[in-house]
Design a binder for this molecule. Sequence first.
Ligand code: FE2
Ligand code: FE2
Length: 262
Amino acid sequence: MVEKIKIIFLGDIVGKSGRKAVKMLLPELNKKYKSDFIIANGENAAGGYGLTEKIAEELFSYGVDVITSGNHIWKREFYPYLQKTERVIRPANYGPGAPGKGWTIYTKNNIKIGIINLEGRIFMRPLENPFLVGKSLAEELKKETPFIIVDFHAEATSEKIGLGYFLDGLVSAVIGTHTHVQTSDARILANGTGYITDVGMCGALESVIGMKVDQALEMYISMVPRKLEVEKSGKLKLEGVFLELNSKGKAEVIESFRLISS
Ligand SMILES: [Fe+2]
Ligand SMILES: [Fe+2]
């Protein structure tokens, strides 16, 4: 039995800048943390919207073990890969027939880790109930491993905190993604679940959640919707959390980090 495991979880990787941030800054971070597993949210890794097979493989080559996602994963060209891979998951609370899987059990160095992806419903689409879907999946995966990480991809802070309390003691950590803005509330809940409302993002520092500032402002002022492009210049940031779990799967450490390139 393993004594403890160490995990790095990276927030939404946004486009080329996000991938560059992972390539440049992750090795330095991992020198400090020496993690056993690296999980990253990759829903915006391809041009700011979705993922491709090539980009998933690129992230694996930087040391990412499993990629979680969210509302931006639904690109038709990606479905065949999503169907066959065990290393990229999408939120579990979509309906029957949705491509891919909402959870995975990943084995590395004889250690099994369970990862569940859920999407919120407040200010988002009306999916299946993430609380109920998450609980029943966690109970299933618990039969296989005590180490279970939940990526809750959601907009409302209240819904995220609610899920943290709801799954406290059942899973090792509830990690929020989707807003791309890191919150300063990383802590261990009463029954041993590590929690943060949002881990933040990996990508351009001077941007509107990864996208070009001038384009976002044009959209906000004119109120006309437009497709935003990823900001590709300037400094980069790498945000996420580091977790240490004991042999029972309880969190003993949760620490948020933000690295900025020089
Ligand atoms: Fe995102
Ligand atoms: Fe999202």
